[in-house]
Design a protein around this ligand. Structure first.
Ligand code: C2E
Ligand code: MG
Ligand code: MG
Length: 705
């Protein structure tokens, strides 16, 4: 016998236990214990009249406690069995009527903490004694399975996908909360029904038959169905249905896992839309319009009809976009698209090709006259200013027309022809329509060639500046000169600015060209300063694009400093359209230029912006009345207008310059209305540098021209 110190601490075997150890336990007990050993259950015999002392234990029971039989028999249960079990044993000892109770609890030992044992206590009376049988069963696996099942159920309940379980007849036995949420049907409303409760009516019977045949044959079915919620709303589901088999391998249920893919379907639809429509204007895009043109041509071919194609480009879009920003630009395009729509029949198509380019297809025409009428309508529609975010912006359109089958038989070719014709309209001064003719392609080529040559013109020294004198209208003394750029191209000869400034503006070349003119003119006038009458100014033209650049005023200041010209001798000529834009960058540039003492002039006054209110707000020094106002001298209405401009300019303390003075008659008129300065062929043509100084000196002394 082992000494008590060998035993686990806390173990007590009482004197009574020793006696019991010798006093054999009832024989039926032992037989039962062996029987239990055989079926793998542990069994303990307890004496309830002696504090539940263990009087017998089987092999399996001892193994459960991980002790030998002799370390168990004769001991009180307190030290060996889990607390919950010993508490129950104590209760049983006091109970009058016998009963069985089962407690599931982990073993108290540290050896196998994860094992869960079911302890069942049966009261028995044996030989008049109140005994108990304690039966143990390892329920660890069962417990784990139960837990897994519980988790599985929870997962299904909380699944983001709808889950529906039906019997083999298709009758719903279970739906998870997601299903009820998604369909709007309550749990009780669908149990006992079939999934056809969510049918939309859009799925063919054939598709349902396929589905049913697949799953009843024991295979999985996947597919997308358009279903209907309780509130009538349609929704798309991606559905997987699997047969579930029982232990015998027979199909017992079907389980459907359904994912709501309405958003995805919507997205796909949008993608398809985006592939064919322009997001900004909602008009057909290049792909779709090319397709529609193809269809129109095929129909025209059958019906022996004509098809008109109009290519439309907004004239000042780039300027608006560059100076006012993209928000304005986008808005302008949207409004322009609407105006175009208002000009056509419902059978015609307007599309946006990109940027500020639109295409109109006019199908089923007898000849080209209708196309030309539509083009006129479009031009008229663009005459009214656009009100964009509080700004009044005028953007005319240039339109190129071409006709099927006269000018071409394929969509691609017709579109190219219309594009080329549009450039003809641009070259003709914009805001007009031009028809395609075969020589046009050479014009388009010419334009491309010109742009590529202009790109290198500054560095190849092909640009130069001429100076046109400006004199005092009253006494003829020289007040200044306007610097005008020229391009001496080896290929095209002498190119006037009107033929390349627009191209330079469109292609971004205006900045280096503008800088070249400014620098050349400033350097020239700085060099002539001592030889010219004091205060003789140089006027330099700048494009809106230049003034819209944040660095413009700084680069002008730098040029003055580098060339040594006094700021008061420089005048910058601005176009009227610039004032319509009124952006912070432009305002800022003008204010700074003015602050360093540079004069500002409004060029071509009266041709652009219709409101004169800007003259009060902007810091300008002079206005140059456009040549067109002075051509019909002698006409009372025209004379009155010029007179009014001069008076108004003076009332705003502005100097008034008249340009394009070609005759003595015009000159005399200027004197009578007290116009300040005159410029024009009558005084002098623009002069190359070497001719300017002699002319200036010839004026000196005999003032009257
Ligand atoms: P603008 O600023 O109004 O310049 C006056 C234009 O009228 C010049 O044409 C000049 O040669 C022309 N002109 C002067 N007197 C008469 C006359 O008595 N009769 C007629 N019929 N015409 C006269 P040019 O040099 O061909 O320039 C045309 C336009 O090109 C200029 O109009 C100006 O807007 C632009 N431009 C010229 N140089 C530059 C430049 O360096 N930068 C920019 N951004 N634009 C320039
Ligand atoms: Mg000018
Ligand atoms: Mg002018």
């Amino acid at each position: 016998m082992k000494s008590s110190t060998d035993r686990p601490s806390g173990l007590r075997r009482t004197e009574a236990g020793k006696e019991n150890n010798t006093a054999k336990p009832p024989s039926r007990f032992l037989a039962d214990l062996h029987l239990f050993d055989l079926i793998g259950k542990g069994l303990f015999g307890l004496d309830l009249e002696d504090g539940g002392r263990i009087i017998a234990v089987g092999r399996v029971g001892a193994a459960v406690l991980e002790r030998t039989v002799s370390d168990i028999v004769g001991f009180l249960p307190d030290d060996l069995l889990p607390e919950a079990v010993t508490r129950s044993i104590t209760e049983h000892a006091t109970l009058a009527s016998p009963r069985s109770v089962t407690i599931e609890t982990p073993l108290p030992t540290t050896g196998a903490p994860d094992r869960i044992i079911a302890w069942t206590l049966h009261d028995i009376t044996h030989d008049g004694k109140h005994l108990a049988l304690l039966e143990t069963e390892d329920v660890t696996t069962r417990k784990h399975n139960e837990k897994r099942l519980r988790n599985l159920f929870r997962a299904v309940e909380q699944s983001p996908a709808s889950v529906v379980i039906t019997n083999t007849k298709g009758v719903i036995e279970y739906v998870n909360p997601r299903f009820t949420q998604n369909t709007g049907y309550g749990f009780d409303e669908v149990i006992g029904q079939t999934p056809s409760i969510v049918k939309s009516g859009f799925t063919s019977d054939q598709q349902y038959r396929d589905l049913w045949n697949t799953i009843t044959a024991g295979r999985e079915w996947h597919g997308e169905l358009l279903n209907r919620r309780k509130n009538g709303e349609m929704f798309w589901e991606h559905i997987s249905i699997s047969p579930v088999r029982n232990e015998d391998g027979e199909i017992a249920h079907f389980i459907a896992v359904k994912e709501d893919i309405t958003d995805r379907k919507e997205y796909e639809k949008r993608l398809r839309y985006q592939a064919h429509y322009d997001e900004l204007t909602k008009l057909p895009n290049r792909i779709l319009i090319t397709d529609r043109l193809g269809q129109a041509l095929a129909r025209a071919d059958r019906n022996q009809d004509h098809v008109g194609v109009a290519f439309i480009d907004l004239d000042d879009f780039k300027k608006v976009n560059d100076t006012l920003g993209h928000t304005y630009g986008d808005d302008l395009l949207r409004v322009a698209a609407r105006r175009l729509m208002s000009c056509i029949r419902s059978s015609d198509t307007v599309g946006r090709l990109g940027g500020d380019e639109f295409l109109v297809i006019l199908p089923d025409l007898k000849d080209g006259t209708h196309a030309s009428t539509v083009a006129d309508k479009i031009l008229a529609a663009f005459e009214d200013p656009f009100i964009i975010l509080g700004h009044s912006i005028t953007t005319t359109a240039s339109i190129g027309l071409t006709l099927y089958p006269d000018d071409g038989r394929e969509a691609e070719i017709l579109m190219r022809n219309a594009d080329a014709a549009m450039y003809l309209a641009k070259d003709a001064g914009r805001n007009c329509q031009r028809c395609f003719h075969p020589e046009i392609n050479t014009i388009a080529m010419h334009r491309l060639r010109m742009e590529s040559l202009l790109r290198g013109a500054v560095t190849r020294n092909e640009l130069f500046v001429v100076y046109q004198p400006q004199i005092c209208a009253a006494d003829g003394h020289l007040v200044g000169a306007e610097a005008l750029v020229r391009w001496q191209s080896p290929e095209f000869g002498l190119v006037p600015p009107l033929d390349f400034i627009g191209l330079a503006e469109d292609s971004g070349l205006i900045e280096p060209i503008g800088q070249f003119v400014l620098e050349t003119a400033c350097r020239q006038f700085a060099a002539w300063q001592t030889r010219l009458p004091p205060g003789t100014r140089i006027s330099v033209n700048v494009s809106t694009r230049q003034v819209a650049s944040p660095s413009f005023s700084e680069s002008v200041a730098k040029t003055l400093w580098e060339t040594g010209l006094s700021p008061s001798l420089l005048e910058i000529e601005l176009t009227e359209s610039l004032f319509a834009l009124r952006t912070p960058v432009i305002m800022d540039n003008l204010t700074r230029l003015r602050r360093i003492g540079i004069r500002l002039a409004v060029d071509d006054f009266g041709t652009g912006y219709s409101s004169l209110s800007y003259l009060r707000e902007f810091p300008v020094d002079s206005v140059k009345i456009d040549r067109s106002f002075l051509i019909p001298v002698g006409d009372p209405a025209a004379d009155a207008l010029v007179r009014a401009i001069v008076a108004m300019g003076h009332s705003l303390s502005l100097q008034v310059v008249a340009e394009g003075i070609e005759t003595l008659e015009q000159m005399a008129f200027l004197k009578t209305i007290a116009c300040d300065v005159a410029q024009g062929f009558h005084i002098a043509r623009p002069l190359v540098a070497k001719d300017f100084l002699p002319f200036a000196l010839s004026l000196h002394g005999h003032h009257a021209p």
